[in-house]
Design a binder for this molecule. Structure first.
Ligand SMILES: C[S@@+](CC[C@H](N)C(=O)[O-])C[C@H]1O[C@@H](n2cnc3c(N)ncnc32)[C@H](O)[C@@H]1O
Length: 204
């Protein structure tokens, strides 16, 4: 693998958030709660990350000038809060989500917030990459059967500078393999790993 870890200090959880960022997170949490109360169908793979820690991690990455460009992509975006936070930081931001209802909810939330983030329904797992589907056969919480959505977006994975994902326990290896196979040198992958917090890697 040609990816290197970059240590994210535990102290990022002390970074103060702006009132605007807190308001964005509050609005998103209210929308998620309303959706979960109203929707009778359980979307098994949908759980949300710690949005405060994610906002703090994006802030820390920006403050340390770690990015080589301004394009952001959330892989498996759920309600899209990662992509909304990145857009709020001035990035050109998209989320990719396989569940149509979640894609609709995140586009509605973006419109409500006046955000430039855009959400696309389909898979982030690129077609035709040797070995990925075999690796994906052990992965239970990522859909590896649907077609990818990069043509519709108009950018390839190699066009993005920062990716974010919240993998299920043990599945971050798959996200790193997708990233390693398809991202450009210098691109970064941020993952939320529950109690272990945020993990950041750079390709190249
Ligand atoms: C653990 S949730 C994380 C949601 C969001 N990123 C967050 O941190 O709050 C993972 C999401 O990935 C979606 N998903 C699973 N396989 C996918 C695929 N191949 N392409 C796009 N989304 C996928 C699921 O429907 C789910 O909403």
């Amino acid at each position: 693998m040609s990816i290197q870890s970059i240590a994210v200090p535990d102290s990022i959880n002390k970074i103060p958030l702006s009132a605007e960022t807190e308001a964005l997170i509050d609005t998103a949490n209210e929308a998620i709660e309303a959706f979960l109360l109203a929707d009778t169908r359980v979307i098994e793979n949908f759980v949300t990350c710690d949005f405060y820690l994610l906002a703090q991690a994006i802030h820390w990455i920006e403050e340390n000038h770690l990015l080589t460009g301004r394009r952001f992509c959330e892989l498996g975006s759920g309600f899209g809060v990662g992509a909304l936070l990145a857009a709020d930081n001035g990035m050109e931001s998209v989320g990719i989500e396989i569940e149509p209802v979640l894609t609709d909810q995140s586009n509605d939330l973006a419109e409500h917030l006046g955000s430039s983030a855009k959400f696309y329904c389909g898979s982030f797992v690129p077609r035709g990459v040797t070995g990925l589907l075999e690796l994906g056969s052990d992965i239970k919480h990522v859909d590896t059967t649907e077609d990818d959505v990069f043509d519709e977006i108009g950018y390839e994975m190699s066009d993005y500078d920062l990716f974010f994902a919240f993998p299920w326990p043990g599945e971050h290896i798959f996200f790193e393999a997708v990233f390693d196979a398809c991202a450009s040198d210098g691109a970064m992958l941020l993952t939320y790993q529950g109690r272990e917090g945020m993990k950041l890697v750079r390709k190249g």
